[in-house]
Design a protein around this ligand. Sequence first.
Ligand code: NDP
Length: 336
Amino acid sequence: MAYEAHPDRYDTIPYARCGRSGIQLPRVSLGLWNNFGDDRDRGVQRDIVLRAFDQGVTHIDLANNYGPPPGAAERVFGEILASDLAPYRDELIISSKAGFDMWAGPYGEWGSRKYLLASLDQSLSRMGIDYVDIFYSHRFDPDTPLEETMGALATAVNSGRALYAGISNYDDEQTRRAHAILNDMGVPLLIHQPRYNFFDRRPESGLFDALVELGVGGIVYSPLAQGLATTRYLDGIPSDSRVRTANWIDEKRITPEYLDHVRALNAIAEGRGQTLAQMALTWTLRHPAVTSTLIGASSVAQLDDNLAAASAAPLTADEIAAIEPHAIHRLVDDWL
Ligand code: NDP
C-alpha cells in the first residue's frame, strides 16, 4: 500500500536550532548504523524509519560504512526513500559520513580529498539521491592536512552534493581548527557528532563548551551506550541483543559492578516515571550544546520508547545529582 505520512507528524516531537544556523533538528534523531544491514528484516527496517518520520523525526543519520556489509544501510535507506519517502525528500535531513575503512588501498579511509569526495559520490549513488543534507568527516586524520579534509567538505558543499558540513569524533582543539579553516573557505561548520552517554563523558571536558562558543550544533551518538544505558541486560544477555549479534560490545563489560549502577539508575528513572532508556536520553539532552540525541533502535517498540524522551520534563538538579555517582566515564568500554 502506498505510504502516506501521518498528517499530525509535526505535533509530537520538539525541534531545536542547530547552532547558529537556519536548521532545526528533532530533539531525537534516528541513526542507521546497526539494524539496517542485510542481516535484518526489511519489513522491520521500513516500519522503524516510517514510524520515526510519522512522529516528526526528520533527521536520519547514515555513513558510508553502515551495514553489514558496509554500504548496505545506505542502500536499504535508498530503497525506503524510493518506495515511500521520495515525496517527502524536502522534509528530511539526510546525513552521511566518510572516514572509516570503506574500500581497499590507500584511498579507502581517513581524510584525503580523494577518499572523501569519491565516498560521497558512492553514498549518493547507493541512496539514489542528488545531495545529502549534511556530509561529515567521520574522524580526524592525523596524517592529512586539516586544510585538505576541510577543503573536501567545502567542495562537497560548493558543488551541491551536500548542503552543510559536519565533523565527528574530533576533540575540542581539532574542532576549533576545523571551524576556523571552514570559515576561511566561506563554509560554516553546521554540526559536530561526538559520542556521549552515561559512560562516555569526554565531551564535557571542553568540546561542549567549544560548540556553544563557536555556534556549532551538537548531535550526540550512542546516547544509550548501545543498549547498556537501558534495562536490556539486567536479566541476562538476550540472544537478539547487540552484544550477541554484533562485535561492538564485549560481554565481559557486563560486570556485577555495571549491573549495580544500572539498577540504581533504573530506580531513579522509575522514580520520575520514565524508562531507563528515556532517562538516559533526557540526561544527554540536558546539556545546552546538545541539539539532538541520535538513537538506534532494533524495533518500533524501542523507537517509541525513545521518542517519548524528546518531550519529557527536564531532570531536576536533585535527579542530576542522584545520577552522577552512577554515570561513570569508561565503565563499559574505553573505545576511542
Ligand atoms: P544507541 O546508544 O541508541 O543504541 C541503540 C541500541 O540500544 C539498539 O540497537 C538497541 O539494542 C538498544 N535500545 C534502543 N532503544 C532501546 C530501548 N528503548 N530499550 C532498550 N534497549 C534499547 O545508539 P547506537 O549505538 O545505535 O548509535 C546511534 C546512531 O549514532 C547510529 O545509528 C549512527 O547513526 C550514530 N553513530 C555514529 C558514530 C560516529 O562515529 N559518528 C558511531 C556510532 C553511532 P539491541 O540491538 O540490542 O536491541
